[in-house]
Design a protein around this ligand. Structure first.
Ligand SMILES: Cc1ncc(COP(=O)(O)O)c(C=O)c1O
Length: 367
């Protein structure tokens, strides 16, 4: 053995930061998804047809260029009635969450979330600080407003609230969100509006008056662009300046940037898709009521069902019928809960037929 090899074998393996060792991993079950996808809250059909036309117009030479985010940020800002410095396009809201955590949190800071909620908050926060404070909803899954407010202290640096929330589908009122932001002027408040289009309430019009408010929006859900990975942060330019600083200049790929203006311009398609979901959601909730399956009233493009001990059997039976569901049993307070995504009419019909048959096959009955 030469000296160099000996030195390498004697030293301990390289270790990452302690926070990386401690942070949880998120591995969504993404294999074998060729069935009807009612598991990830995606658009189940397609984006606006104008998006495909844009993709087809992309040239080989166009692919050789680094993507330019800023011209598209200007288009997006105009569309949403904002200034360009109030908009940062990101590689999905997933990246937006990471960037917010990297920009605003350090060891010793606290970050506040209500659980159950989107797991990426956990991942991003614990990458930066062990000070993750979770306020658990009670069995109604309503947002625990009073206890959440009481958890704010001088160490709180970042607050993230999803409304509508995933996986519950419940909402936090605009008044409550603004009260939280006002109670923590020393912290950044991120409202994740990933499912905004299926509900309609927003704090986007409060950005000018609430300096510590930042909103996340995704183009993965209603717009049907999950595969392109594009989302945005909108808010106070002074705060976004710090987030821009930690963001790669090429974080959003050129195909997504090419398609986004077409996707946002086709408002008729967006309105049509959101309405398909609203109608489908009412059908799903009415059917669950008829079947006696407990569920949480949803404001998003999914419904969380309380199946009980047969949750795994239901997911397996549905898969055999060609429909994917998401078992949420490992979420805090969600043992026995299964989530079904709402898509366009024909997909809702297929999902409901499979659900009725599967519940019968597994011998499910109301507890
Ligand atoms: C609440 C919430 N925020 C953000 C995301 C991720 O969005 P994106 O696809 O833009 O990364 C999801 C995805 O399921 C979500 O449920």
């Amino acid at each position: 053995m030469d000296l160099a090899t000996e030195a390498v074998t004697k030293t301990k393996p390289v270790q990452p930061r302690r926070a990386v060792l401690a942070m949880p991993e998120y591995h969504p079950p993404l294999d074998a998804r060729s069935a009807l996808r009612l598991d990830f809250n995606e658009n189940t059909l397609s984006p606006s047809p104008t998006v495909l036309a844009r993709i087809n117009a992309i040239t080989a030479e166009g692919l050789t260029k680094y993507p330019e985010r800023e011209p598209v940020e200007r288009i997006v800002a105009t569309h949403f009635g904002l200034n360009a410095d109030q908009v940062l396009l990101t590689n999905g809201v997933d990246e937006a969450i990471h960037l917010m955590c990297i920009a605003f949190l350090e060891d010793g800071d606290e970050a506040l979330i209500a659980t159950p909620t989107f797991f990426m908050y956990d991942v991003g926060i614990r990458l930066m600080t062990p000070g993750l404070v979770k306020v658990q909803s009670d069995e109604t899954m309503a947002f625990p407003f009073e206890r959440f407010l009481a958890a704010i202290n001088e160490k709180t640096k970042l607050i993230i609230v999803a409304s509508p929330n995933n996986p519950t589908g419940t909402v936090v009122s605009r008044e409550q969100l603004l009260a939280i932001a006002a109670a923590a002027p020393h912290a950044v408040m991120m409202v994740d509006e990933a499912y905004y289009h299926f509900d309609g309430e927003t704090t986007i019009h409060d950005l000018d008056s609430i300096p510590n408010l930042v909103i996340g929006r995704t183009f993965s859900k209603a717009y049907g662009l999950a595969n392109l990975r594009i989302g945005m942060l909108v808010g106070n330019p002074e705060l976004l300046k710090y987030v821009r600083k930690v963001c790669s200049p090429y974080n959003v790929n050129g195909v997504a940037l090419e398609c986004l203006p077409a996707a946002i311009a086709d408002e008729a398609y967006l309105a049509w898709y959101a309405e398909q979901v609203r109608v489908g959601r009412n059908r799903v909730m009415a059917t669950l009521e008829e079947l006696g399956v407990p569920f949480f009233k949803s404001h998003a493009n999914f419904v969380l069902m309380q199946i009980g001990p047969l949750h795994r059997e239901l997911v397996t039976a549905m898969r055999a019928h060609g429909v994917l569901l998401r078992d949420r049993s490992s979420d805090p307070g969600c043992d026995g809960f299964v989530r079904i995504t709402i898509g366009v009419e024909e997909h809702v019909t297929k999902g409901l037929e499979a659900l009725k048959a599967s519940l019968k096959e597994i011998g499910w009955s109301k507890a």
